[in-house]
Design a protein around this ligand. Structure first.
Ligand code: HEC
Ligand code: HEC
Ligand code: HEC
Ligand code: HEC
Ligand code: HEC
Length: 301
């Protein structure tokens, strides 16, 4: 019931927003090939980019909310008062696990722990998973006690997770350039000339082309896709501005979308509308704000 309700609210929102934004545009269907056009950096080395510290030296306003941004917190130092620490400590062997852990993930639906690897740009993932008691999780329900031992897995994170939870992963050796998500994952390679002309930086108020927004957010939020060239479940050297769909294979069919839970469904539908149906009026940014705790823009609309 709850899922049906959310699905209904989301579809009403998307349709009404499309109508509000473009009441006069014809809504004829045109099936486009998402892989057509644009550029990519598949298989190429990671381009040099400015790190968050450098950006934040000038953008102090962003710096205020960045430490609590969910993107910034997706991988965070393992501190004892973190809700994920509390959850993991309830596992058998949990205290020992936390003693070894360097980083934590999640906490709302599932909590995970990681530790540094001797290899550069790698983390070892513990197979132990702890679920909050009242989580309406999509994963099979599992009590803390049933969880696996806190074994550290050397390649699991690199093979299956790194591309969406770390910055600038080299698809060849699967090493990341920095732990967690830096400005680069969304803003890409930023030219310093943007200080005079903000059209030169992606996602500025003057530079939010629908296809590029769908690709930037979709590189991580289109879960279940895989790279054609690397077979990894995350893109092969995606640089914001690229056409993600030249290499990243995602099932955007109506049948697949209809079978999803609402959160996944609305993301796939919005991306499908843009890259397959050519409806560019509504993007993730019509409703979501990444900086400033997700104030919903459609209230303003
Ligand atoms: C294709 C990109 C992608 C890959 C690959 C991926 N994730 Fe995620 N992950 C996401 C996104 C996007 C979210 C946030 C989604 C949301 O909130 O609906 C997320 C959320 C999470 C969360 C937070 C759940 C919570 O409690 O809030 C955890 C923990 C997590 N992922 C762990 C992993 C692990 C471990 C792997 C590898 C086995 C992995 N992810 C692979 C994209 C990915
Ligand atoms: C998850 C994607 C994402 C990441 C990571 C990200 N941004 Fe943004 N940024 C956006 C989006 C989207 C916008 C457009 C406005 C909005 O949605 O908040 C934006 C807007 C901005 C703006 C202009 C708008 C404003 O509020 O002043 C600045 C400056 C900015 N980002 C800097 C940064 C810096 C610095 C970092 C790294 C510390 C960063 N961003 C990381 C997505 C991101
Ligand atoms: C030398 C200082 C400086 C550095 C370093 C810098 N910026 Fe900027 N940035 C500015 C100035 C100045 C502007 C234009 C005025 C404004 O809108 O804040 C700007 C504008 C922007 C905007 C557009 C704001 C709008 O009006 O929509 C974004 C997005 C942005 N910067 C992101 C970044 C990111 C991401 C980095 C790091 C990769 C970065 N900046 C590094 C000074 C800097
Ligand atoms: C590099 C991967 C990546 C990119 C790019 C990315 N996200 Fe996320 N996003 C995540 C992960 C991972 C989480 C979950 C963080 C957690 O809870 O651990 C998340 C969480 C979120 C959430 C839920 C948390 C909140 O703020 O309420 C929203 C909404 C979101 N992302 C929107 C966006 C939008 C819009 C874009 C494009 C501008 C974007 N994301 C780009 C990985 C990404
Ligand atoms: C028409 C408005 C609309 C559009 C367009 C839209 N969203 Fe959402 N999104 C929502 C609403 C409403 C929710 C539910 C918020 C909640 O439950 O807190 C949501 C939830 C989410 C969540 C889960 C947040 C959480 O707290 O777990 C993520 C992640 C997300 N959206 C990402 C995206 C991405 C990525 C795009 C673009 C591909 C996008 N959304 C496009 C309205 C929209």
């Amino acid at each position: 019931m709850k899922q049906f309700g959310l699905r209904l609210i989301l579809s009403v929102l998307i349709v009404s927003l499309e109508l509000a934004v473009a009441p006069l545009q014809p809504r004829e269907q045109q099936d486009l090939d998402p892989a057509q056009g644009g550029e990519d950096h598949v298989g190429q080395p990671i381009p040099p980019y400015m790190t968050g510290d450098e950006c934040l030296f000038c953008h102090r306003d962003i710096g205020k909310s960045w430490p609590t941004n969910p993107h910034q917190l997706t991988l965070r130092p393992a501190l004892p008062d973190d809700p994920s620490s509390t959850l993991l400590s309830q596992l058998s062997g949990g205290d020992e696990l936390l003693e070894q852990a360097d980083f934590l993930m999640g906490g709302q639906r599932v909590a995970r722990a990681l530790k540094r690897s001797a290899k550069y740009g790698r983390l070892e993932l513990s197979l132990a998973r702890a679920f909050p008691a009242d989580a309406s999780s999509n994963e099979p329900q599992q009590s803390a006690k049933d969880s696996l031992d806190p074994v550290w897995h050397a390649s699991h994170f690199a093979d299956r997770c790194a591309g969406c939870h770390c910055t600038a992963v080299d698809a060849q050796n699967r090493a990341f350039s920095s732990v967690g998500l830096d400005c680069y994952v969304c803003h890409g390679v930023v030219d310093l000339n943007h200080t005079k002309d903000t059209r030169q930086v992606l996602l500025s108020t003057k530079n939010q082309p629908a296809k590029q927004v769908a690709a930037i957010c979709g590189q991580c939020h289109l879960r279940g896709g895989h790279s054609k060239s690397s077979s990894l479940p995350y893109p092969n050297t995606f640089v914001p501005g690229d056409n993600l769909f030249r290499d990243f294979q995602v099932d955007l069919s109506e049948q697949n979308i209809q079978s999803m839970v609402p959160i996944e469904w609305h993301i796939f539908e919005n991306v499908r509308d843009i890259v397959v149906l050519g409806r560019e009026q509504v993007t993730c940014l019509s409703c979501h704000q990444v900086h400033g705790n997700d104030v919903f823009r459609h209230r303003e609309v």
